[in-house]
Design a protein around this ligand. Structure first.
Ligand code: FES
Length: 166
C-alpha cells in the first residue's frame, strides 16, 4: 500500500480531532475526509476507528455501506454511466464504451493521467431520462456516445488550457 503524504495525514488528524467528541462522529469524519481527499484512505479508517473506539472493520463497514464513499482515489473528473435496467435497455453500455475509449480508463477505474474516472452506477432514479450519464455531477438525459465523446473532449481541451496557463 502506498503511503499517504504528510499533508493528507495532517488533514485526517485535523478532521478526527474536530469531531471526536461529537455524537455519531464516524459519518461526519468520513464525509469530511472524502471531501478533503476525494476518497477515504485506509489510514483514515484506522485513525477514525482509534478516535471513536470502534474497530476498523466497523468503520470500513460504514464506508462500504454508503455509495458516496470510496476507498480508492478518483480521477479529477468523474463520469458515471447508469447501467440500471432502464438505461441498459436503451444502450447505456455504449456510453460506457465510448467513455472508456476516449479517456483510456478501464470501466470502474481511473485513467493513467489521473484526469478521469469512468464508473458504472446502478439506477440513479432518473429512468424517465434514460439512458443517463452523469459527468462531474451534471446529469445528461437521453445521452448518446456522441455527447459523451464531445463532453469528454471539451474537458480535455479545458484541462490543456489550464495546463498551458500554469
Ligand atoms: S436505470 Fe438508469 S436512471 Fe434508472
Amino acid at each position: 500500500m502506498e503511503r499517504l503524504n504528510e499533508t493528507s495525514l495532517l488533514k485526517i488528524d485535523e478532521i478526527v480531532a474536530a469531531h471526536r467528541d461529537e455524537r455519531g462522529p464516524v459519518i461526519v469524519m468520513l464525509h469530511e475526509v472524502q471531501d478533503a481527499l476525494g476518497y477515504v484512505p485506509f489510514e483514515a479508517v484506522l485513525k477514525i476507528a482509534e478516535a471513536t473506539g470502534k474497530s476498523p472493520a466497523d468503520v470500513l463497514g460504514v464506508v462500504e455501506f454508503y455509495a458516496g464513499f470510496t476507498t480508492a482515489p478518483k480521477g479529477k473528473h468523474i463520469i458515471n454511466v447508469c447501467l440500471g435496467t432502464a438505461c441498459y435497455v436503451k444502450g447505456s453500455i455504449k456510453l460506457a464504451e465510448e467513455a472508456v475509449k476516449v479517456t483510456g480508463a478501464e470501466l470502474n477505474s481511473v485513467s493513467a493521467d489521473g484526469l478521469f474516472s469512468v464508473d458504472a452506477t446502478r439506477c440513479v432514479g432518473a429512468c424517465g431520462l434514460a439512458p443517463v450519464c452523469i459527468i462531474d455531477g451534471r446529469v445528461i438525459a437521453q445521452c448518446t456516445p456522441q455527447v459523451v465523446n464531445a463532453e469528454i473532449k471539451k474537458i480535455m481541451a479545458e484541462e490543456k488550457g489550464t495546463a498551458a496557463a500554469d
